[in-house]
Design a protein around this ligand. Structure first.
Ligand code: PBG
Length: 338
């Protein structure tokens, strides 16, 4: 027993004492998941032809405005504070400049207005980015070499964000990763007196392969083809750069910041939270959801247990909230076990 005696703390320190019973595990628990922490991303299509299940995301649907309404009601019932909208646009409306994104009578403004009218207490978040609207699937305007132009793209994003604000959106979330777009949108909001429209910046958004199922869902995968987003989304190898991106977005007027994807980037999340101490969100993206669903469907993982453990890990890593396709299922589970 020489090895045991070498540790002078033992048996005075016996960490298993606190782990022995449920009551004391609860007493020392450091982090909790609550329905208040969840943001539910949903896909809404501009035509009933595009509605239906998303193959690579079991349990996820493309809704129409009408079929989305009961989902919004469920969010309210389950205490999920925010619904995040992602448009699915018919090919015929996609153009190289994605101009349909700026239409004040377009799909997103119409859906926002209706949701705010029917469910005023439910927070609505919209994505500000051109990729669902561009014929090439990129988040911006291209030059002749296919390079994504910064300022002309930001001009479009300002118009897009204003069209959402005019419709009454609560939070806009620019997900494009153009330089200077948070400040540009913030200034436009102040000029137009949308002083309460919040901005959640996709600050540390990586050029990730985990977005695959999302691109299927919004129909940008085929348009994007073999192209990638490395000239604007972040290199997965970097984390100091994430701090510079967050600092810039906060200086430019972001109210909340986000790290995306989620589980492979928990180190970045922790670093951002420790450095800035601002409301910080994680996006558990489509590929993460698909992995867990696929393993659970094969009986390789326990669905509810991995869902709750994965979501709790975001809280432990410093997230104030999580965008997750599991939001309603998790909120239901939390209610059952409360
Ligand atoms: C659009 C956008 C993407 C996601 C959210 N907003 C795709 C992308 O950047 O290619 C991904 C979300 C997910 O995978 O769940 N800019």
């Amino acid at each position: 027993m020489t090895l045991l005696n070498a540790d002078a703390d033992f048996p005075l320190s016996r960490p298993r004492r606190l782990r022995r019973d449920d009551f004391s595990r609860r007493l020392v628990r450091e982090n909790h998941l609550h329905a208040d922490d969840l943001i539910y991303p949903v896909f809404v299509a501009d035509s009933a032809d595009l509605a239906g299940p998303v193959q690579s995301m079991p349990g996820v649907e493309r809704y129409t405005l009408e079929t989305l309404l009961p989902v919004a009601e469920q969010c309210l019932e389950l205490g999920v504070p925010v619904l995040a909208l992602f448009p699915v646009i018919s090919q015929e409306f996609k153009t190289p400049d994605g101009r349909a994104a700026t239409d004040p009578d377009g799909l997103v403004p119409r859906v926002v207005a209706r949701l705010k009218q029917d469910f005023p207490e439910l927070g609505i978040l919209t994505d500000v980015a051109l990729d669902p609207y561009t014929s090439h699937g990129q988040d911006g305007l291209l030059d002749d070499n296919g390079y994504i132009l910064n300022e002309p793209t930001v001009e479009m994003l300002i118009k897009q964000a204003l069209s959402h604000a005019q419709a009454g959106v609560d939070i806009v979330a620019p997900s494009d990763m153009m330089d200077g777009r948070i400040g540009a949108v913030r200034r436009a909001f102040e000029d137009q007196r949308f002083i309460y429209t919040r901005i959640m910046a996709y600050s540390a958004k990586y050029a990730s392969a985990f977005y695959g199922p999302f691109r299927d869902a919004v129909g940008s995968a085929a348009n994007l083809g073999k192209a990638d987003k490395f000239t604007y989304q972040m290199d997965p190898a970097n984390s100091d750069e994430a701090l510079r991106e967050v600092a810039a977005d906060l200086r430019e007027g972001a109210d909340m910041v986000m790290v995306k994807p989620g589980m492979p980037y928990l180190d970045v999340l922790r670093k951002v939270k420790d450095t800035f101490r601002v409301p910080t969100y994680a996006y558990q993206v489509s590929g993460e959801y698909a992995m867990l669903k696929a393993a659970a469907a094969n009986g390789w993982l326990d669905h509810d247990k991995v869902m709750m453990e994965a979501l709790l890990s975001f809280k432990r890593a410093g997230a104030d909230g999580i965008l997750t396709y599991f939001a309603l299922e998790a909120a239901r589970k939390l209610r059952e076990t409360a």
